[in-house]
Design a protein around this ligand. Structure first.
Ligand code: UDP
Ligand code: MG
Length: 349
């Protein structure tokens, strides 16, 4: 006998959406067929991440014909990870799946994930991209570099082709909600939790409609946050660069003194200039690194929520206390979550 939640939602499907009007009809068709087919009690939590197109209006229309569709609207565009946070915090299901709106990840895999989680009592089921041949070469290479670096810095338990298509148990979601991280990078935090996990592999499709909402700027941001939120190794890099330049300078010193003793001190322009450039560069890199971490401490200290819920169709307006404007779904949970990819928090000192 499986743990059946008669009176509550069994599955929540969280979908962050930013200007996805084009893909919405296709998404709804496919997703609804799949979810209705499972026979479980479900809700779809569409998080409208401050879309400026007709996403909000489309969702409102769709809701009329699909009672399980719940729309959580954020006040402004807060970024993919923050939208995901809003969705995870709002979801009520015993299991919570997250999936992108663009159908690159097949919704058909969700029942498979659910079945696997139940059968093997897993708290996390990752969707693993077995094949990214439909992604652009550029995306594949940058993603490859990202996972290579992350596995080196964060640890080998980060599945290398897992994005944000996954299923979490209620326990795992609640554990994530307790984390104080200002900027949550779920693909790292989830493996870090250490819950029993499994995988479902799939082939990543092309975006069904519309275009990517992840320009290079956001990708770089995500990579920087990922690294600085899990590792102080880059700071050590600064130390190593310092050590290297120190010894180089020692050698230079010997060279200069010898040259001085030999009396040929005038033609020193090249070496002088090289050393100056090198030291200047190293110092700037180190400053930048420090700044990166100071920035993370700064945002962590600010403790600002990374999203605000403007409305939630699954939570009637009267129920939301007037004072509870911040996106706190259930009262006592820490509201520090993630959004902008520039900063976050080191593990609490
Ligand atoms: N997204 C979002 N807020 C943003 C950017 C993206 O909610 O600021 C959503 C987007 O609607 C999609 C998901 O995040 O559901 C992944 O974005 P996208 O498919 O554009 O990224 P890619 O697959 O190109 O990396
Ligand atoms: Mg996509």
């Amino acid at each position: 006998m499986t743990a059946v939640h008669h009176d509550r939602t069994e599955l929540s499907v969280v979908i962050p959406m930013y200007n996805e009007e084009e893909v919405l009809p296709v998404l709804v068709d496919r997703l609804r067929a799949v979810l209705d087919g499972t026979g479980v009690r479900y809700e779809v939590v569409a998080v409208d991440d401050g879309s400026t197109d007709k996403t909000a209006a489309r969702l409102e229309d769709l809701r009329a014909g699909w009672p399980q569709l719940r729309v959580v609207a954020l006040r402004r565009n807060s970024g993919h990870q923050a939208a995901l946070t809003a969705g995870l915090h709002s979801a009520r299901g015993a299991y919570v799946a997250s999936i992108d709106a663009d159908l690159q990840d097949p919704p058909e895999k969700i029942p498979e994930m659910l079945a696997l989680a139940k059968a093997q009592r897993l708290d996390i089921v990752y969707g693993i991209r077995s094949d990214r041949s439909t992604d652009t070469g550029f995306k594949r290479r940058t993603a490859g570099a990202y996972y290579w670096l992350i596995r080196r810095l964060v640890g080998k338990n980060v599945p290398s082709q897992a994005g944000d298509f996954r299923l979490l148990s209620r326990e795992a979601v609640d554990a994530l909600k307790t984390l104080p991280d200002q900027q949550q990078v779920y693909r790292l935090l989830v493996p870090w939790l250490g819950f029993p996990s499994g995988q479902v592999t799939y082939q990543r499709d092309e975006r069904a409609a519309g275009e990517t909402k992840y320009p290079l700027r956001k990708m770089v941001g995500l990579a920087i946050t990922s690294i600085t939120s899990f590792s102080a190794a880059p700071l050590r890099l600064a130390t190593w660069l310092g050590v290297v330049s120190f010894f180089t300078c020692l050698a230079m010193l010997v060279f200069t003194l010898t040259a001085y003793a030999l009396g040929n001190t005038v033609p020193g322009w090249t070496s002088l200039f090289t050393a100056m450039l090198f030291l200047g560069g190293v110092q700037l890199i180190c400053f930048g690194l420090l700044g990166e971490y100071v920035g993370r401490i700064y945002t962590a200290v600010q403790q600002r929520p990374t999203y605000f819920i403007a409305s939630d169709s699954g939570r009637p307006a009267e129920a939301a206390a007037p004072a509870a404007t911040p996106a706190a779904p259930a009262a006592a949970e820490p509201l520090v979550s993630s959004g902008r990819p520039e900063a976050g928090q080191l593990p609490p000192a």
